[in-house]
Ligand binder design. Structure first.
Ligand code: ASP
Length: 314
């Protein structure tokens, strides 16, 4: 049987066993398992890595537990502004959207940008105009109204802070995390792909855009090296060009996926002050799930093996 592999994340940060309830933990694990399954059925049917990435991310976007799609955090204006991107490692085609509102699944819109436009990245009102033309599904403000997220905005406004999902002075159950979602996959044809989707930062202003829709920073895929999806403090991930840096270390220095991930996540990012993590795989089916924060919601599955689900440090 040809090999396939898939990995997903639901955000990194201060996720402590001591502050998690068994019910919440079970909910997260179920959500991660559902998303892995959504991608795996496509891979098992000889589908493409790109389709599997999109399907797994749609599953996570539709779940209010994560800061993407339905569960997106609120901006200072009380809106949900989402960023997403995906990339095909087979031919380096990519699509991305930034600062879009009322789009049910920003990852699908990124796919439409890639497949139906001659561009890579569309932003704001223009992206929404394109969404209408491309027949994307819109959802009203009510769909995106998750009470926990709205409370986060009120707290962030009180302290006039711009907050990355949950932060230490603004979190549920003592939890600091970046709830962005992402997926990387290898299909039976030997192609790899990556995608990322996020609501960004609570109380963000001025059209702030993080690393998630930036090809090379939050997302990257190249069959010759690796597929990467990041989560963490986006400003640092942009400055460190994280996803492409890992690919470059493999391409130009001949490092393994693990060596390249270790250098970027545990050394370069740490020195810069960038908290977070990423999911990575290569065309041989190796998977790495490194993070420099306390935890990262993550799951992975290789053909013929059991599903791995992790939240805290191993
Ligand atoms: N990286 C995302 C951003 O900076 C946040 C996250 O990972 O949750 O927008």
């Amino acid at each position: 049987m040809s090999k396939y592999a898939i990995a997903i994340h639901g955000g990194a940060g201060t996720i402590l066993r001591s502050t998690m309830t068994p019910e919440k933990e079970a909910e997260y694990k179920q959500a991660l398992a559902d998303a892995i399954n959504a991608g795996e059925v496509i891979l098992m049917a000889n589908g493409s890595a790109l389709d599997a990435v999109e399907a797994a991310i749609v599953s996570l976007e539709n779940n209010p537990l994560f800061n993407a799609g339905k569960g997106s955090v609120f901006t200072n204006m009380g809106k949900n502004e989402m960023d997403a991107s995906l990339m095909d490692g087979k031919d380096l085609r990519a699509g991305a959207v930034a600062g879009v509102q009322n789009i049910k699944n920003p990852i699908k819109l990124s796919r439409a940008v890639m497949d139906q436009s001659e561009h890579v990245m569309l932003a704001g009102l223009g992206a929404m105009e394109f969404a209408e033309k491309a027949g994307a599904e819109f959802a009203d403000d009510e769909y995106f109204f998750v009470p926990m997220r709205f409370e986060q905005l009120q707290k962030a406004k009180e302290s006039d802070s711009i907050v990355l999902d949950h932060t230490e002075d603004d979190f549920e159950n003592g939890e600091k995390k970046f709830g962005t979602v992402g997926c990387v996959a290898l299909d039976v044809h030997g192609n790899i792909a990556a995608g990322t989707s996020t609501g960004g930062m609570t109380n963000k202003k001025y059209g702030r855009v993080g690393d998630s829709p930036v090809i090379g920073s939050g997302t990257y895929a190249n069959n010759n090296t690796c597929a990467i999806s990041c989560t963490g403090h986006g400003e640092y991930f942009i400055r460190a060009v994280v996803a492409y840096d890992i690919s470059c270390l493999m391409e130009y220095k001949g490092l393994s996926l693990k060596e390249a991930c270790d250098i970027v996540v545990q050394d370069k990012l740490v020195k810069l002050g960038g908290e977070g993590g990423l999911i990575a795989l290569d065309a041989q089916g190796n998977i790495e799930l490194p993070f420099n924060s306390e935890g990262m919601y993550r799951a992975s599955k290789k053909s013929g093996e059991e599903t791995y689900i992790g939240i805290y440090e191993a």
